[in-house]
Design a binder for this molecule. Structure first.
Ligand SMILES: Nc1ncnc2c1ncn2[C@@H]1O[C@H](COP(=O)(O)OP(=O)(O)OP(=O)(O)O)[C@@H](O)[C@H]1O
Ligand SMILES: [Mg+2]
Length: 385
């Protein structure tokens, strides 16, 4: 069927004119001198996807991004953008837009000239610049500010201009390195919404987003990779990774988790397993296929624990809930919730719940229950790669 003029008008903006391209890391290692910073990173970002790389400071996130941009040369492995091997290409030939934490705009240039900078450097004509600059500023809600100087903008506005500048060259991929970390919490939240909106209007833009803020990753990303000491230690879709973390580090880095050491795993029929924790049996999902007899960790989120008011009854036979009793160590009211820490056999167990009119007293005994469906058994060691 012929497309009517209205449909044509509502088509995606021309900023991303070409086919979406993914990013591939195939066994990429980066070393500075004799020190290996990135160890055989293999990861693929599908076209049009947002992948967040998270991890503690120094874990190699920026290095991974710089390798894609071409600012560092891998000592081993291949980097692809779409079906092009870009490993040996100089940065300017990679067709990448990049925004970093304090991407200082050129202070002596008006917003419009900042956005046009990459285009001019690539020899774009005046007509292209006249069309592309307002289009990109419009995408980040900054069309009205074209004539301002950076010093006349707030931090959040400056980052929007930096994003418009990165988009102006019609990059195949957008690399964002902690783009919101210099902004205060409230502006960061609204910028997160803006970034999500931007991606909805440019659905074919592939984004690799580096952050150490798990909320940003969970809010924006389709997939999340967790880095530790130059290794990718976990990768998965945001919900799956949160609900079924593959190891202790991932469980504790992405959201808060209770992680209890357990022994003598006994696989059960339905993909679950039973383990021993100080003489008690606990049940959970054996999503990672741990072997019979293994030691492991029981991982359960604080909001998945329910406390049993009053004196707890033993669980009836066949009632498939986990139950633990401990001594209340601390009770904190955090406005929208209470956070209670229990000492169970020397392990600290945190539970969060809606604010309580009569919170338990420290020093008293408290019983909590949790559903095996909310438990993931994670291996003791980490499997790199
Ligand atoms: N140019 C360099 N020369 C030598 N070592 C470097 C260089 N750049 C980074 N490193 C080291 O590489 C490691 C990884 O750095 P990278 O910047 O990738 O970490 P990051 O995960 O981005 O951390 P952050 O969250 O603090 O930004 C660090 O130990 C850092 O000191
Ligand atoms: Mg960094």
């Amino acid at each position: 069927m012929e497309r009517g003029p209205q449909q044509r008008a509502s088509a995606a903006p021309s900023v991303i004119a070409h086919e979406a391209s993914g990013i591939g890391f195939e066994g990429v290692s980066v070393a500075y001198g004799s020190q290996t910073i990135l160890e055989s990173l293999t990861l693929s970002v599908k076209p049009g996807e947002i992948v967040a790389l998270i991890g503690p400071s120094g874990s190699g996130k920026t290095t991974a991004l710089r390798a894609v941009a071409g600012f560092v040369q891998p000592s081993a492995g291949r980097i692809t953008i779409g079906n092009r091997d870009v490993t040996r290409l100089p940065p300017y030939a990679r067709n990448i837009g990049m925004v970093v934490q304090n991407y200082a705009l050129f202070p002596h240039m008006r917003v419009e000239d900042n956005v046009a900078f990459g285009l001019r450097a690539r020899g774009a004509g005046a007509e292209v610049i006249r069309e592309r600059v307002p289009e990109c500023l419009g995408l980040v809600g900054m069309a009205k500010y074209a004539k301002r100087y950076p010093r006349e903008l707030s931090g959040g506005q400056q980052q929007r201009v930096a994003i418009a500048r990165a988009l102006a060259i019609r990059p195949q991929v957008l690399l964002l390195d902690e783009p919101l970390s210099a902004l205060d919490a409230q502006i960061r939240r609204s910028m997160l919404d803006e970034l999500a909106k931007l991606h909805r209007s440019l659905p074919s833009l592939t984004v690799l987003y580096v952050t150490h803020d798990q909320t940003e990753a969970l809010t924006l990303a389709n997939h999340i990779g967790i880095m530790r000491d130059g290794h990718l230690v976990a990768y998965g879709d945001a919900q799956g990774l949160y609900r079924r973390p593959p190891n202790r580090f991932a469980a504790e880095f992405l959201g808060r988790a209770n992680v209890l050491p357990a022994q003598q795993l006994e696989p059960m029929a339905d993909g679950r397993a039973r383990v021993r924790f100080h003489g008690q049996l606990l049940e959970g999902g054996n999503h990672h296929g741990l072997a019979a007899g293994a030691a492991c960790f029981v991982c359960v989120r604080p909001h998945d624990l329910q406390f049993v008011p009053g004196a707890a009854e033993p669980l009836a036979d066949g009632q498939r809930l986990n139950q633990l009793t401990g001594v209340v160590v601390s009770v904190q009211w955090l406005g929208e919730m209470h956070s209670i820490v229990l000492d169970v056999e020397g392990e600290m167990l945190r539970l969060t719940c809606s604010p309580l009119a009569q919170p338990p007293e420290p020093g008293t005994s408290l019983t909590v229950r949790f559903d095996p469906a909310d438990v993931t058994l994670v291996p003791e060691g980490e499997r790199h790669g």
